[in-house]
Design a protein around this ligand. Structure first.
Ligand SMILES: Cc1cc2nc3c(=O)[nH]c(=O)nc-3n(C[C@H](O)[C@H](O)[C@H](O)COP(=O)(O)O)c2cc1C
Length: 375
């Protein structure tokens, strides 16, 4: 048997994981349209990746109809979406899997064609993503990002409420917990970072103020779920979607220290070397390691993701840098990834062309390893 640390149990809040190979949150854009509710195909996909006592983090799901920036992603704000997610959750629970839902607001990483009434996307400030990056419109054209509308101070409580409501909906759908998407240049990171947040109210300026929205949302979600069933995802030193903090250490040290007393299920990093892996094959060199930098500061369970092989994940855990490792791209093409790693079986390569949108092709048709399928 390979990788004794990776395949040892881990307590996450009230759940005892039987192993530490986690499905990373992965946007796949295959929800039903126009309801944006998960459909049976999505339940099949997640059930294929479920293992007894294994943790899956379901894809980023917009908390409101203003929180979208791409087509076909499943929401978590309507009754139809709750019902669709319930089928996903039931299929995972039937295999004794554990499943959290990632709660998402894209902020300025959107286009007015996705917004109700064609309104401008919102953000911390009216700062557009640079023209090196392109927005995709609802009909699939690539265009420059628009300058978003800065949220009024009085509107911010509504954003917290949208996350609270989505957290309640996730509970109603039967999930085991929620993860707050504070990474990859989306709304919560737009508030955290100084280049996208030029506010002068209590949500901008100092590091404490920039961190306030993330902390208020985390607090709201823990009130719904209990802290042990809430995780937070961050991407310090990341550059996805035009993000990037000039001096990340003071900001992220504050955020991690402020999250410490809450007793969360886990803190989840995206390793900077894989920043932007959703859009292109990247492997940045000469970048720091998030787990190495923040392990000494974070007091709870630390999960990380980004370019891990089984060997690298085992080493990260053995060396004490992380407690669990989330796998993205290779879990897409290997539905039986935990068992393959454990048995030392070769991995099926992934096809980036089928990451986003479409149907079963490149989604539920990656085979199990022969010997595992027969087992
Ligand atoms: C197709 C695709 C979709 C992704 N969607 C999300 C997402 O919804 N939420 C998120 O936090 N990260 C998302 N990511 C980032 C992954 O969770 C992960 O951090 C990244 O792929 C690096 O891990 P890997 O090297 O194991 O793939 C996505 C990545 C890919 C490739």
């Amino acid at each position: 048997m390979n990788f004794p640390k990776l395949f040892s149990p881990l307590q996450i809040g009230p759940y005892q994981l039987k192993h530490r190979v986690v499905l990373a949150p992965l946007t796949r854009m295959r929800a039903e349209k126009p309801s944006l509710a998960p459909r049976p195909l999505n339940a099949e996909y997640y059930a294929q990746r479920a293992t007894s006592g294994g943790l899956l983090i379901a894809e980023a799901s917009p908390v409101a109809n203003t929180a979208f920036g791409s087509p076909g992603v499943p929401g978590i704000y309507s009754e139809a979406q709750i019902a669709g997610w319930r089928k996903v959750v039931d299929a995972v629970h039937a295999k004794d899997g554990i499943i959290f839902l990632q709660l998402w607001h894209v902020g300025r990483v959107s286009h007015s064609s996705f917004q109700p009434g064609g309104a401008l996307p919102v953000s911390a400030s009216a700062v557009a993503i640079s023209s090196e990056f392109k927005a995709s419109t609802a009909d699939g054209k690539l265009v420059d990002y628009e300058t978003p509308r800065a949220l009024e101070t009085a509107e911010i409580a509504g954003v917290v409420d949208a996350f609270r409501h989505a957290a309640k909906n996730a509970l109603a759908a039967g999930f085991d917990g929620v993860e707050i998407h504070g990474a990859n240049g989306y709304l919560l990171e737009q508030f955290l970072q100084s280049r996208s947040n030029l506010r002068t109210d209590r949500y901008g300026g100092s590091i404490e103020n920039r961190a306030r929205l993330l902390l208020e949302i985390t607090q709201a979600c823990t009130e719904v779920w209990g802290a042990g069933r809430v995780g937070v995802r961050l991407s310090p030193y990341g550059i996805a979607n035009g993000s990037g903090e000039p001096d990340p250490m003071p900001l992220y040290t504050h955020v991690v220290q402020a999250l410490n007393p809450l007793g969360l299920a886990y803190l989840h990093f995206i390793e900077p070397r894989s920043s932007g892996a959703g859009r292109a094959e990247v492997n940045w060199t000469n970048v720091p390691s998030a787990m190495v930098l923040f392990r000494p500061i974070w007091k709870g369970v630390l999960m990380t993701a980004g370019g891990f092989s089984g060997e690298a994940a085992e080493a990260a855990i053995a060396e004490g840098h992380a407690d669990a490792v989330a796998f993205g791209r290779i879990f897409i093409s290997n539905p039986d990834l935990p068992r393959r790693l454990q048995r030392g079986f070769p991995l099926t390569p992934y096809n980036r062309k089928t990451f986003y949108g479409g149907d079963a092709v490149g989604y539920t048709d990656y085979p199990e390893h022969n010997e595992l399928a027969q087992a």
